[in-house]
Design a protein around this ligand. Structure first.
Ligand code: PXG
Length: 291
């Protein structure tokens, strides 16, 4: 049985419970992260912890732990579960208060850290690429709850995933309110153009500033590939030479068909495969040691 960190204590999965009055449940009033550990080392831990604290700061939640304490508790959760390869889900909610939306006077935040395994895409999907549809559900307007905040309300992403499922595609892509392509349901998106430029939508359009996205930008620049953060439409995506999605869980997965249009020659391209290999190497050779 697994061990979960809940408010300073390590308890069994069965005992790990939150109140039905927790605002995380009642209003999605909280934030989270999705982190991976490879062979006993947590990949990009500082970046994930910084983003967690920034999400919390933006919605006026004061996490009752220093970043160092948070990292140590996270590492201890992995150790208690004796995991080397793991998916870690820290969650912070505003805590408990009576019914009513008014967020003031909530009691202390609820802090949860789960360390477990995840289901990945099949190896066939990494080798052959996946398909996607542009969802009719659009990315949240940045003037509503900003998509930079990894809040506990992922209903928009879940609805987009349903659209993909109902259309028989593997993934869903989001357009923003202006019709630019911004990202996938829970992954960032890149295209490689016939001019030899790697392009990803700018975060101000409503894309999350993904940590895998940042790592891919650094890898590509290192390889001398020109990278731009620039808005583009579905037309540019349909006519790209290559495309792929990036995310902590998905890592880098080739995208070979969108809305029935074949991307490039319909197979994962060379640039995509080179970046996949470099990313894999980075996950093996860096990270916060747990043991
Ligand atoms: N966009 C969105 C909206 C995300 O939630 C990413 C991009 C990729 O970011 P990182 O930092 O991981 O490169 C995310 C984060 C899942 C799952 O179950 C994945 C995320 C969030 C929630 C669940 O695969 N990815």
């Amino acid at each position: 049985m697994g061990i979960v960190y809940v408010n300073g204590e390590f308890v069994s999965t069965e005992e790990a419970k939150v109140s039905v009055y927790d605002r995380g449940l009642l209003y999605g009033d909280g934030v989270f992260e999705g982190i991976r550990a490879y062979n006993g080392r947590v990949f990009k831990l500082d970046e994930h912890i910084d983003r967690l604290y920034e999400s919390a700061h933006s919605i006026l939640i004061d996490i009752p732990l220093t970043k160092e304490e948070f990292k140590e508790n996270l590492a201890e959760t992995i150790r208690r579960n004796q995991l080397r390869d793991s998916y870690i889900r820290p969650i912070v909610t505003r805590g408990i208060k009576g019914l009513g939306i008014d967020p003031w006077d909530a009691m202390s935040p609820t802090v949860i850290i789960i360390a477990d395994k995840i289901n990945l895409y099949s190896s066939k999907m990494y080798e052959e690429g996946i398909s996607a549809v542009c969802a009719s559900t659009i990315r949240n307007n940045p003037n509503a709850c900003n998509p930079q905040i990894k809040s506990l309300n992922y209903l928009n992403s879940a609805l987009a995933k349903f659209e993909a499922y109902l259309a028989g595609a593997d993934e869903a892509l989001f357009l923003n309110p202006q019709g630019y392509v911004v990202e996938a349901a829970v992954d960032n998106l890149f295209i490689y153009t016939k001019e030899g430029v790697l392009i990803t939508p700018p975060t101000y359009l409503g894309a999350l500033r993904g940590i895998t996205r940042d790592a891919v930008i650094a890898i590509a620049r290192d390889k001398g590939i020109p990278v731009k953060e620039e808005p583009f439409t579905r037309h540019s995506l349909y006519n790209a030479v290559e495309s792929f999605l990036t995310g902590t869980a998905a890592e880098i997965i080739p995208l070979v068909k969108v809305d029935g249009r074949v991307i490039g020659d319909g197979r994962p391209g060379k640039v995509t495969r080179d970046i996949m290999a470099a990313y894999r190497e980075l996950t093996k050779t860096s990270g916060y040691p747990v043991y």
